[in-house]
Design a protein around this ligand. Sequence first.
Ligand code: AMP
Ligand code: GLY
Length: 423
Amino acid sequence: MKVLLIGSGGREHALAWKIAQSPRLTKLYAAPGNPGIAQEATIVGLDTEDHEAVVDFCRTHTIDFVVVGPEAPLVAGLGDVLRAADIPVFGPSAAAARLEGSKGFTKDLCARYGIPTGAYKRFTDADSAKTYVREQGAPIVIKADGLAAGKGVTVAMSLDEALAAVDECFAGTFGAAGAEVVVEAYLDGEEASFFCLCDGKSVLPLASAQDHKRVGDGDTGPNTGGMGAYSPAPVMTAEMVERTMKEIIEPTVRGMAESGHPFAGVFFAGLMITEKGPELIEYNVRFGDPECQVLMMRLESDLLPLLFAAATGTLEGMKTEWRDDVALTVVMASRGYPGAYEKNTPIAALPDASAATKVFHAGTAMKDGGLVATGGRVLNVTATGKTVGEAKDAAYAAIRDVSWENGFYRNDIGWRAVARETA
Ligand code: AMP
Ligand code: GLY
């Protein structure tokens, strides 16, 4: 099978690495790619926003299957254009990608199908949003409706903070994404991410993970795209997985199918495990980054047929096998991230690869023959172990062999799970 992978982050490096191991693969292309992905795939200089150009490339290179990593091309409808050209594609239609692209859409679906989630209201003007916020009181959560690169959510612990967040959204800080605002009840509990493949009708659970969104040790400082993750999430016991499937995922599959926009792709459910059980915080319609990296380290099965089955309505009866090991990844980012940072800083050395450790590339590039950091999140140093503690020690040991002066990382990835293990 000839495959084209779209994307350029650590998630796509992990997907490329895993797809490249498939006996079914004959040739892997990637666009735009990065130097890590280039170790697994032929990089092509395609403008992935030019959907017709992507279709042309697929036709000229007789591509059998396209795998879309990030959400932006899906929300922009790349999946629809490819499907219309009869090219199988992993990733939902733009209409189904609204599960991630519009928080209001997802909340309405939850309300219709009785899916547990925080009580909410949608607003298109600041005054009525503020009146509702005052009625509800703090803590309360303010969300820009659309995609805001993970920055459109304020968990407000005080009323003032909540009112300021409403103003910020309507002042245009998040552009069109903030033209509508969702105000949502605060959920108290432990967060976990849960991943499932879906082909529009059948659903196949994959695995759970937990990430660390804050930039600083002890979960302090501003939110980021994720500074590290581990899988599985100890809070996702077999019972919680079963309840999540029944109470959240299955009604979502049904709801999307009944709406005329069946969902095919990967559900990335952001959950809060509260006293009542699992509640949905949000859906993403693609693999998490860096959650994907830890999932791929643990997945024993061949990924390619699974993704292809999700794309072609043939998922029923498929199974996955997972290593019992824990996988943990530590993100190395450019100093200053998630704010401004210097670009093109040299990365002089990376750790040697071993069976239990792997460095995935995110924002890297080759410049004058040397590896440089070009993005905010740059490297994902990933390791496996029998316990979270063991995986953590192995990942941090590998990080010591990274020679990159402008890089920083959190020192406590996995702390909650390690504390559980040692309690
Ligand atoms: P989201 O972009 O919807 O994932 O929100 C970002 C983060 O905000 C989540 O990972 C949670 O930590 C937090 N969050 C979102 N919604 C809620 C909620 N209703 N209650 C508590 N925390 C929330
Ligand atoms: N790490 C969170 C995300 O991919 O959205």
